[in-house]
Design a protein around this ligand. Structure first.
Ligand code: NAP
Length: 325
C-alpha cells in the first residue's frame, strides 16, 4: 500500500484538471517537485497508447529507462522513488531495466515494494550481457528475485548473449505464465543482422532497438521487419544515449527556439519533439527515455500526449535535423 505521504501527493496531483478526462504536460523548471506537478498539467488528452501486436494489449508510448538506477544512498533512492511515483501518477507504465545496470533491478524491486504499486507498471528486464551463463532457469529467477516480482511483463535476451541456451527457457516460462512477453534487445548496428535472424526464428513478442532523430539506421531494415512480423518495438536510447549521445542531441538545439511546426504536434520542448518523432514511426510501440529526474520524467511523459507527427511532418523533422550545423 502507498504511504499517507504518497496519498497526499496523489491527491494534489488529482486536483483540478488532472482529474478531468484529458491532460497534457508542459516542461518543468529545474527543482520542480512531485507535489508541484499539478501546476504543469493542462487539460488536454489522455496518454497515447499503442497495441502489442501479439495480444492487442495497449501500452503507453512513453516509458522509462533505468540504466542510471544503480544507486545506494537513501537520498538517491528517494529521488528515484519520486520519479517512479510521478510516472505512475501520470499514467506511464513501461519501466525498462537490465541485469547489467549494476544494482538497478534491486533498486526498482525495493522501490516497487515500498510504493506497493507493482501492478501500475509494465516491467521489462534483460538477461546478462556477457560472461558464462548459469542454468537459464537460475538466470531468469535471479531477475525475479531482485525485482521482487511474481511475474515479469517482458524479458529480453540482451545483446544476443546466450540466445540458443536462453530462448527455450524463455518460451517455457512464458508458457507457464510467469513471463508475459519475450524478446531480444540490442543497441548495436552490428547485431541487427543476428537480431533479425532471431526475429524470424523465434516466437518473439518484442524487440528492443536503438532509434533516434540522430541515429535512424534501425528504420532501414529492422523496424520494417518488426512491422511485417507483428513484433512490438521498444526503442532504447531515444535521445542518443546517456553521456555523449544525448548531450550531443540536446546540444545541437540548445540555442534554438522550437520551430513553428512543434505546435502542430503539441510539443513544448526539444525532448518532446525527439520522442514524438521516435514513437510516431509506425513500427514503434513505445520508447524508454532514461531519466533520474522528476522534471525530465514529466517532460518526457508530456511527449506521450497530444498529436504525433504524420509522415510529412516526420520528413520535415528529418530535414530540419539534417540541416543543422
Ligand atoms: N542494448 C540495450 O538493450 C540498451 C542499451 C542502452 C540503453 N538501453 C535502455 O534504454 C534506456 C534509455 O537509454 P539511455 O538512458 O542511455 O539514453 P537516452 O534515453 O537516449 O538519454 C538519456 C539521457 O538524457 C537525459 N534526459 C532524459 N530526459 C531528458 C529531458 N526531458 N530533457 C533533457 N535531458 C533529458 C538523461 O539525463 P537525466 O537522468 O539527468 O534526466 C540522460 O542523460 C536506458 O535507460 C536503458 O533502459 C538498452
Amino acid at each position: 500500500m502507498s504511504s499517507s505521504r504518497n496519498m497526499s501527493r496523489r491527491d494534489a496531483l488529482r486536483t483540478g484538471a488532472l482529474a478531468a478526462a484529458g491532460m497534457a504536460l508542459a516542461p518543468l523548471a529545474p527543482g520542480t517537485t512531485l507535489a508541484r506537478l499539478a501546476s504543469a498539467v493542462q487539460p488536454r488528452l489522455e496518454p497515447i497508447t499503442k497495441p502489442i501486436p501479439s495480444t492487442g494489449e495497449r501500452i503507453p508510448v512513453i516509458g522509462l529507462g533505468t540504466n542510471q538506477y544503480s544507486v545506494d544512498t537513501p537520498e538517491e533512492m528517494a529521488q528515484l522513488q519520486e520519479v517512479l511515483e510521478a510516472m505512475a501518477e501520470l499514467g506511464g507504465s513501461v519501466v525498462d531495466t537490465a541485469r547489467v545496470y549494476g544494482r538497478a533491478e534491486e533498486v526498482i524491486g525495493e522501490l516497487l515494494q515500498r510504493m506497493g504499486n507493482r501492478d501500475d507498471f509494465f516491467i521489462a528486464t534483460k538477461t546478462p550481457i556477457r560472461g558464462e551463463l548459469r542454468d537459464p532457469d537460475v538466470e531468469i529467477q535471479t531477475s525475479f528475485d531482485q525485482l521482487k516480482v511474481e511475474t515479469l511483463d517482458l524479458m529480453l535476451i540482451h545483446n544476443l548473449h546466450g540466445v540458443e541456451e536462453l530462448m527455450p527457457a524463455f518460451i517455457r516460462w512464458k508458457d507457464e505464465g510467469r513471463i508475459r512477453y519475450i524478446g531480444m534487445s540490442t543497441s548495436v548496428d552490428g547485431q541487427y543482422a543476428a537480431q533479425m535472424e532471431g526475429m524470424r526464428r523465434f516466437p518473439l513478442d518484442f524487440i528492443q532497438v536503438d532509434y533516434s532523430i540522430q541515429n535512424r539506421s534501425a528504420a532501414e531494415e529492422i523496424l520494417p521487419l518488426a512491422r511485417e512480423l507483428g513484433i512490438a518495438v521498444l526503442v532504447n536510447v531515444p535521445f542518443g544515449g546517456r553521456g555523449g549521445g544525448a548531450a550531443s542531441t540536446f546540444g545541437r538545439v540548445a540555442d534554438l527556439d522550437l520551430p513553428n511546426w512543434a505546435a502542430e504536434i503539441d510539443a513544448e520542448s526539444w525532448a518532446q519533439v525527439f520522442l514524438k518523432y521516435v514513437v510516431s514511426h509506425p513500427a514503434v510501440t513505445a520508447a524508454i527515455p532514461g531519466t533520474t529526474q522528476v522534471r525530465h520524467l514529466v517532460d518526457n511523459q508530456g511527449a506521450g500526449r497530444g498529436r504525433l507527427p504524420d509522415p510529412a511532418l516526420r520528413a520535415e523533422i528529418e530535414r530540419f535535423w539534417d540541416g543543422l550545423e
